[in-house]
Design a binder for this molecule. Structure first.
Ligand code: HEM
Length: 320
């Protein structure tokens, strides 16, 4: 490759990283146009979690899956239509794996009632993710706002860009690096698996084939998740406290009790071990790094200015 091209790519990459860091988002974005926005989201999420304790975890994951595909633009919320191949039907999301969409609908309806056409679906999801972490007892932060919504989805991207549970450490690292996220961000953001559940189909290979799993745990999980069948049986990602946002996820990894193959990759006699050990003993450090990672992830390629739109209904573009 010609040197000038390399230089050009470096400049573009630098600009991309710079934009990623800054992204022109602002915690006070709705202060004048919809001052109630944050409280409406919080109240809606609290009601939803009172109805189903897991749904906050599910929506934290939906925000992650949104940001990793064309940036945090609400594209994951779009339904299939004549013109849209939804991301919901992509492998990492289908069969009800990505869930909680009706909660976003309800919260968005409440926002539209109070401030029509003002608060984007992408921002709604980012606020929900923060409020979910706080609900379960995790850290808080100011959510940068001002993202607009996409008018298209990217199913191919969802299939390619979202990391899979069978990934090894190199795959995981590359997948996060492709989004401008560091190795440290990857290890810290994986701590989101301190809440929520996974289906048997996603951890069967780990409990059947891997040697880096506690044998008692593997044997007991095999009762629920046999070699064939029961694909949708759920098990907590953090076997100790699946509804508490704490550092027990890392403590589990140290004793080979990660549920997913990809989880246990973070403590497998490799360069992630030292960070996992730090998070396992220092919850404050985990919380600090998790917040930094969430803010960086939330800044991935937002649509701003006149790009995209503010969808009225998160499931479809305005003129469809
Ligand atoms: C490091 C790479 C990651 C991989 C390979 C991965 C993979 C998975 C898989 C396979 C599941 C279970 C899905 C199912 O069985 O239907 C899951 C659940 C979950 N993931 Fe991840 N994930 C990763 C990173 C993240 C990140 C960065 C976040 C958020 C910041 C996150 C949040 C969650 C949450 C909260 C759940 C539980 C959802 C629920 O109970 O509905 N994950 N993840």
């Amino acid at each position: 490759m010609a040197c000038s091209k390399v230089y050009f790519l470096l400049v573009i990459t630098f600009l991309g990283l710079f934009l990623n860091v800054d992204a022109n988002l602002d915690p006070n974005y709705y202060s004048n146009t919809c001052p109630q926005a944050l409280s409406i989201v919080k109240q809606g999420l609290e009601e939803a979690i009172a109805n189903e304790a897991r749904v906050g975890a599910s929506l934290l994951r939906v925000h992650f899956h949104d940001c990793f595909v064309n940036g945090c633009d609400g594209s994951i919320l779009l339904d299939n239509s004549a013109t849209i191949q939804s991301e919901k039907q992509a492998a990492p999301n289908n069969n009800n794996s990505a869930r909680g969409f009706e909660v976003v609908d309800q919260i968005k309806a409440n926002l539209e009632y109070a401030c029509p056409g003002i608060v984007s679906c992408a921002d709604t999801l980012a606020i929900i993710a923060r409020d979910a972490v706080v609900h379960y007892g995790g850290p808080t932060w100011e959510v940068r706002l001002g993202r607009r919504d996409s008018v298209t989805a990217n199913r191919v991207g969802a299939n390619m860009l979202i990391p899979a549970p069978f990934f090894n450490l190199n795959n995981l690292t590359s997948s996060f690096a492709a989004q401008g996220l560091s190795f440290n961000d990857m290890v810290a953001l994986s701590g989101a698996h301190t809440v929520g559940f996974a289906r048997c189909t996603n951890f069967r290979a780990h409990i059947e084939n891997d040697s880096n799993i506690d044998t008692t745990l593997a044997t007991s999980l095999q009762q629920i998740c046999p070699k064939m069948g029961n694909d949708d049986a759920l098990e907590p990602l953090d076997i100790q406290t699946p509804f508490v946002f704490d550092n027990k996820y890392y403590q589990n990894l140290v004793v080979q009790k990660g549920l997913l193959h990809s989880d246990q990759q973070l403590f497998n006699q490799n360069k992630a071990d030292s960070l996992v050990l730090i998070y396992a003993v220092d919850q404050g450090k985990f919380f600090d790094d998790f917040v930094k990672g969430m803010i960086k992830m939330g800044n991935i390629n937002p649509l701003t200015g006149s790009d995209g739109e503010i969808r009225c209904n998160c499931r479809k573009p305005n003129y469809s």
